[in-house]
Design a protein around this ligand. Structure first.
Ligand code: MN
Length: 206
């Protein structure tokens, strides 16, 4: 099977002024495309591998043949992470979650403000490249955490529902070294309906 780069679900400039058009063009058309291409190149070496989905492949990363395991980890993780990233943002986004997701955040973190503070802090603190994550674990527990490089929470058996990319390619053109300013701005792009749908699917084990 060959994976494909999904189109960006909105215009390249739609997240302005929080994320600039040039960053979105390079990030989607070049960086994400490279992850997809390199994932496909790795999988082409093992045509016997027929994963049902990218998520299944990443959940079972330790069963991937050793000669392509690192490539699948980096580029498969990159493909999954970026696909989520585009979808959990939208034009005129931001605000706060509602309903069951909001209640789960309150139970896990105390309040939405605390989630925001905790996730921002963990994302900003990533040394080098990586992501800040909100993930759903076994039993429906929410966890705020970070991960290095393109590692996906799926590799640890967790379902990511919200993630912030803190690789420099995600913000350097507009924010240079000011990662904290980028993370603060990113909250204004969030598509909480999409995050809530992911939460509901995670609870059902989908
Ligand atoms: Mn990225």
């Amino acid at each position: 099977m060959a994976f494909e780069l999904p189109p960006l679900p909105y215009a390249y400039n739609a997240l302005e002024p929080y994320i600039d058009e040039m960053t979105m063009r390079l990030h989607h058309d070049k960086h994400h495309a490279t992850y997809v291409n390199n994932l496909n190149a790795a999988l082409a070496k093992h045509p016997e591998l027929q994963p049902e989905s990218l998520a299944e492949l990443l959940r079972n990363i330790n069963a991937v043949p050793e000669d392509i395991r690192t490539a699948v980890r980096n580029h498969g993780g990159g493909h999954a992470n970026h696909t989520l990233f585009w979808e959990i943002m939208k034009p005129q986004g931001g605000g706060e979650p509602v309903g069951a997701l909001a209640e789960a955040i309150n139970r896990a973190c105390g309040s939405f403000a605390r989630l925001k503070e905790d996730l921002s802090q963990k994302a900003i603190a990533v040394f080098g490249s990586g992501w800040g994550w909100l993930s759903v674990g076994p039993g429906g527990a929410l966890r705020v955490h970070s991960a290095p490089n393109q590692d996906s929470p799926l590799m640890e058996g967790w379902m990511p529902i919200l993630g912030v990319d803190v690789w420099e390619h995600a913000y350097y053109l507009k924010y240079q070294n000011r990662r904290a300013d980028y993370v603060a701005a990113w909250w204004n792009t969030l598509n909480w309906e999409n995050v809530a749908q992911r939460y509901e699917r995670a609870l059902k084990g989908l």
